[in-house]
Design a protein around this ligand. Sequence first.
Ligand code: DX5
Ligand code: ZN
Length: 218
Amino acid sequence: MAVKIAPSLLSADFARIADEVARVTAGGADWLHLDVMDGHFVPNLTFGPALVKAVRQVTKLPLDVHLMIERPADFIVPFARAGADYLTVHVEAQGDLARVLADIRSLGVHPAISINPPTPLEAVEPYLSLADMVLVMSVNPGFSGQGFIHEVLPKVSALAARSRRFVIEIDGGINADTAAAAAAAGAEVLVAGSAVFGAPDPAAAIAAIRARGDAARR
Ligand code: DX5
Ligand code: ZN
């Protein structure tokens, strides 16, 4: 399977969000990744369903909504209504996550589970059969522009070796070089924020990440 590239809008210019979406859409993005932060689960605040809805109105690309929030159960309905295609909750979050994943599916949205760098893979075991995607974090979540944590790659390889129905996504510090390592380990969806929106030519940045990722998967 060819890799998918999901530019993270966290690194986009929020005052020109429709232009930024158009720019990466024309530049070959497969999905758009939207980082929701609540100031509790991570030490940063971003946006809620209103921005997801606004982005939904200007693109047909799948919207991959990454919930870095303490109590995801309280917010899955508004994010589903806003037009999310994937809703990712963290295994480190609070609440009955099996129930949350099942509720996401019942809303017609793909459920996904994410795991932070320090968390062992065993923590996601109970949820793998309920998820369409597993997001392995390769930075500690909260901010774009951090360095890639190579030590998470064994988690990617272990997931890739399983008989599975979920896809494997990686998020944090992805650029053309780290994309190769991530894809070689088995990552299929590559999220990239600063490497895409911080580049002088986002289309060229997407192409470079894709080329290195696809080459590493062969
Ligand atoms: C980090 C977010 C990431 C972030 C990635 O908490 O989940 O999606 O935007 O940004 P880069 O690619 O710059 O590490
Ligand atoms: Zn993210």
